[in-house]
Design a protein around this ligand. Structure first.
Ligand code: AKB
Length: 316
């Protein structure tokens, strides 16, 4: 039987643009259907326009391409979400509930849902945050993802839908830029160091957040999707952890490469969002169940970011 194809929503985004390439390497370019609401920057493989709210078009694509696996990455992130709560809810959650129903109806073999540390809130213990803790998210983005997690478990229990999910920390990569998140500073700071030698940070110097290098985030995604079903014991969303740092600590790392780098602090509303999230994460469930293991520590990540960013910027 021919291998089914894989559909990615939000394929132009920070994770999607990198994940699509990795999946194309594993399964072949012609098996990956990238979708998004705007034209991708790089032209390769198969791309289709898709607004995830438009369920008819989603069904059409699933039928046309004989889709067997979906990575549903389209979402509005924490900081942007606060500017338009209703649209955020519709894009992140209403569309997802449709997606879950469509996945059951069309016998989708596996569905990936990206969850986030934003599901946690001010009542969650901040240090070494465990897998099952009080969730009272402070953002609409967090609310939509926490609700999505509950639907994941429900669809697995009620319909046997093979849904898998990870709670991503802030993701740092040289390949793509994040947009509208609270953790975005940790990517922007690298570009600022190379381009301007100075960065104005919207968080306080000591606000510690969990982060992960893109390479590890993509490995985690592939690993959980390739794990035998019985190993994926939690269907709502696994904690994963790699590194954690404060703006002050990453500044010190950046100064190993750019000793004159200047950092200013002008905290805004994102500081409050960040303070409602964990500072570190306990990911023992993911480690035990599907042998999750990150490769990059802070120093390795910073070195690799500068190696690759300076290379790509010198080619522009
Ligand atoms: C955000 O900052 O909103 C995202 C996330 C942690 O999910 N990067």
């Amino acid at each position: 039987m021919a291998e089914k194809t894989i559909l990615i929503t939000g394929a132009n985004g920070q994770i999607g643009s990198v994940l699509a390439k990795r999946l194309a390497k594993i399964h072949g370019e012609d098996r990956i259907i990238k979708t998004d609401i705007s034209q991708p920057e790089e032209e390769w493989g198969i791309f289709e326009f898709l607004n995830v709210i438009d369920t008819d078009s989603l069904v059409e694509l699933i039928e046309t391409y004989d889709i067997g696996e979906i990575y549903h990455l389209a979402a509005i992130l924490s900081a942007n979400g606060e500017r338009n709560p209703r649209i955020t809810w519709n894009v992140n959650l209403a569309s997802y509930l449709n997606m879950l129903h469509i996945a059951v109806e069309h016998k989708i073999e596996k569905l990936f849902f990206p969850s986030t540390i934003a599901v946690f809130g001010p009542t969650t213990p901040r240090e070494n945050t465990a897998q099952d803790v009080p969730l009272l998210p402070s953002t609409v983005y967090g609310m939509s993802k926490a609700t999505g997690e509950m639907w994941n478990q429900y669809f697995y229990d009620q319909y046997g839908l093979d849904v898998r999910s990870i709670r991503y920390p802030g993701i740092i990569g040289y390949q793509s830029l994040p947009g509208g998140g609270t953790t975005d500073y940790a990517v922007e700071i690298f570009h600022a160091a190379i381009d301007h030698g100075v960065f104005d940070c919207y968080l306080n110097h000591d606000t510690r957040l969990p982060m992960i290098y893109m390479e590890d985030a993509i490995n985690a995604t592939i690993d959980i999707m390739q794990a035998p079903s019985e190993q994926v014991k939690l269907r709502y969303g696994y904690n994963i952890s790699a590194v954690n740092f404060t703006p002050e600590e990453i500044t010190a790392e950046i100064r190993r490469h750019y000793p004159g780098f200047k950092m200013n602090y002008t905290p805004d509303y994102r500081e409050q969002i960040a303070r409602s999230w964990p500072s570190s994460i306990d990911d023992s469930a993911a480690k035990n169940d599907w042998q999750w293991q990150p490769k990059y520590d802070l120093t390795q990540m910073v070195d690799d970011m500068f190696t690759n960013l300076t290379k790509s910027k010198s080619h522009v």
